[in-house]
Design a binder for this molecule. Structure first.
Ligand SMILES: Nc1ncnc2c1ncn2[C@@H]1O[C@H](COP(=O)(O)OP(=O)(O)OP(=O)(O)O)[C@@H](O)[C@H]1O
Ligand SMILES: [Mg+2]
Length: 139
């Protein structure tokens, strides 16, 4: 899962939005950890379950890692100034995006992680022209 995150990190440039769907423990944070390490971040990557968001200054801009599992109401996101996080030049990786429906930006790529015995399965869906370009590059 970390290697998969690293692969995406190598083809995504500039800003964008990636939704990470999947049940508890499917590997979403692990994927983000691989992504961040591939982008040169060497510290610990904690799950932002209680803080909702953890931001990382990378060499080519800011990356925001959201986990909206504990979000009570999408309106809470308005209070934290969610629009500023989803501006065009930001890279946003979002776990449990369905909990923020209506309040967060649209995805370029939607990933769905699922259990496959003790292993995992990942399905990839391009959700915008930018997302399609990224997926084509990976192929
Ligand atoms: N491909 C994989 N095969 C086996 N185990 C994996 C795989 N990917 C991740 N895991 C393990 O699954 C566990 C849960 O991973 P992780 O915290 O990334 O899940 P999550 O989807 O972010 O969960 P949550 O919804 O609670 O935030 C970790 O112990 C991780 O090491
Ligand atoms: Mg997680």
């Amino acid at each position: 899962m970390e290697a998969l995150g690293a692969t995406f990190a190598s083809v995504i440039t500039g800003g964008g939005v990636i939704f990470l769907h999947g049940p508890l423990g499917a590997g979403k944070t692990t994927w983000v950890r691989g992504f961040l390490h591939a982008r040169g971040y060497t510290g610990a990557v904690k799950s932002p379950t209680y803080t909702l968001v953890e931001s990382y200054p990378l060499v080519d801009g800011l990356l925001h890692h959201f986990d909206l599992y504990r979000l009570g109401d999408p309106e809470e996101l308005e209070y934290m100034g969610i629009r500023d996080y989803f501006s065009d030049d930001m890279l946003c990786l979002v776990e449990w995006p369905e909990r923020g429906a209506g309040a967060i930006g649209k995805a370029d790529i939607e990933l769905t992680l699922s259990y496959c015995g003790s292993a995992r399965e990942l399905s990839v869906c391009a959700a915008s022209a930018k997302g399609r370009k990224i997926i084509q590059q990976m192929q």
